[in-house]
Design a protein around this ligand. Structure first.
Ligand code: S3P
Length: 446
């Protein structure tokens, strides 16, 4: 199997425009909400990555018709009781923590037991964070140590809850909001800041939802058991996928890139704010609102004079999926960068904080770690010449893509394993790398 890539040269200068793959968070939410709407929803530009395709397959298995048309997906919901399997069944979430946690929220009223399974990486991740609040609604769970497989059986006697979400996890917040849709009465949530696509979507669908925000928390109230109508949605580009190309451009020589039609919701743009504080000059142009979300083109240029950052913890949630790639910028910035309280990174597709520290040390960057805080000592003149093999990272798509960016900008000879991991979130990744002028060698054997 050709599942490695070999990179031996830095990327040459480029000046291009690209589109990245569609937003994964919104793609998954659009499928799940369409499955609960009344009528036929049409979703354009749905991300066709493994995480999203597993969500589609599971929703189909739960009884909702999903049809791929030429330009869009058609999803035929029949309201908040759409999931009505006649017998026990098993659904497969693959690598997707988001789908796995959100679907449990929608299964709290499911009449038959549903067994949720996933791949090796997902089977290592903790589900107590959603099992606890969803049990309070009245759903029943069977699991061993809060790991997959998780079996859920719903109840006819759902009761609303008051929930305090303290991790800053949009998955937990959204699972509770989904359960609230099914529950009579008013569910109240106080949530540490995290991405707010679910709230925005529900508001667009005219579900009775109230949202208040202060500096650290969002306060949400949802009145349940209100059916909503089907919708049309056009999914924008993903800022998390864009981030690899922002950094690739920033760390290359004399290059410029425009990434078109990207979702720049404030709760996701920590990467832009952090990089600009490090002296990048990333601009957003052509801004427009779409169904409550902010969309724009992003323009980035190479920057030789990057400086270290003392990164405020308030960015931890809006850059949660981007720290791996931000650490590469810190590795090339002048001075020391410090990041704090990043324990949640170790609860992702792989233990990303541990992996990042190992990775940076491997390429000769000094890193001081104290529990969940790290300091990265930048080397503005970094120019590697050794050989690097990157493997055993639980096939984490973002570790693969970050390694490619390091290889293309820091030099050296790289053999990066598990190239297929990009299919989780960003199937177009290597195609775009080629479009920017890189010749990639595929290794014959793993
Ligand atoms: C996501 C929320 C985040 C993020 C994940 C997608 C979502 O996870 O890391 O990639 O779509 O809600 P947490 O909720 O665990 O922080």
């Amino acid at each position: 199997m050709k599942n490695n890539i070999i990179i031996k040269n830095k990327i040459n200068k480029f000046n291009k425009e690209i589109f990245v793959s569609s937003d994964k968070s919104i793609s998954i939410r659009s499928i799940l909400l369409a499955s609960q709407a009344i009528g036929v929803s049409k979703i354009y530009n749905l991300l066709e990555s493994e995480d999203v395709l597993n969500a589609l397959k599971s929703v189909k298995k739960l009884g909702v018709e999903c049809i791929k048309k030429k330009k869009f997906y058609e999803i035929k919901g029949f309201g908040l009781d759409s999931f009505s399997p006649k017998k026990k069944l098993t659904i497969y979430a693959g690598n997707s923590g988001t789908f796995a946690r959100l679907i449990l929220g929608l299964l709290v009223n499911c009449k038959k037991e549903v067994k949720l399974i996933g791949d090796k990486s997902l089977s290592n991740r903790d589900f107590s964070r959603v099992i606890k609040p969803l049990s309070l609604f009245g759903a029943n769970f069977k699991t061993n140590k809060n790991l997959l497989p998780v079996k859920i059986s719903g109840t006819n006697f759902l009761r609303p809850i008051n929930y305090y979400e303290r991790l800053g996890s949009a998955q937990c917040k959204s699972a509770v909001m989904f359960a609230a849709l099914k529950t009579p009465g008013i569910t109240k949530i106080k949530a540490k800041k995290s991405r707010d696509h679910t709230e925005i979507f529900l508001n667009e669908l005219k579900v009775p939802i109230k949202i208040k925000k202060d500096k650290f928390y969002d306060y949400i109230e949802i009145k349940g058991q209100t059916n909503f109508k089907s919708f049309t949605y056009n999914v924008p580009g993903d800022i998390s996928s864009s981030s690899f190309f922002l950094v690739l451009t920033l760390l290359s020589n004399n290059s410029q890139l425009k990434i078109k039609n990207v979702n720049i919701n404030k709760s996701r743009t920590g990467i832009i704010e952090i990089l600009n504080k490090m002296n990048a000059k990333i601009l957003t142009k052509n801004k427009k609102k779409y169904k409550g979300e902010q969309i724009a083109d992003i323009i980035v240029k190479s920057q030789k004079n990057l400086r270290g950052i003392n990164c405020p913890k308030t960015f931890n949630s809006s850059a949660i999926d981007e720290f791996l790639i931000i650490f590469l910028v810190a590795a090339k910035a002048k001075g020391v960068s410090s990041f704090k309280d990043l324990g949640e990174l170790n609860n992702k597709e792989s233990p990303r904080l541990n992996i990042a520290v190992r990775f940076l040390r491997k390429i000769g960057i000094k890193v001081v770690r104290q529990k969940n805080d790290i300091k990265i000592f930048g080397q503005p003149n970094i120019n590697l010449s050794g050989k690097f093999v990157i493997k055993n990272f639980r096939k984490d798509h973002r570790v693969f893509m970050m390694s490619c960016v390091a290889a293309l900008t820091f030099g050296g000879e790289w053999n990066i394993h598990d190239k297929n991991s990009v299919n989780t979130s960003f199937p177009e990744f290597l195609k775009i790398i080629k479009y920017l002028g890189v010749k990639i060698n595929w290794k014959k054997k793993n």
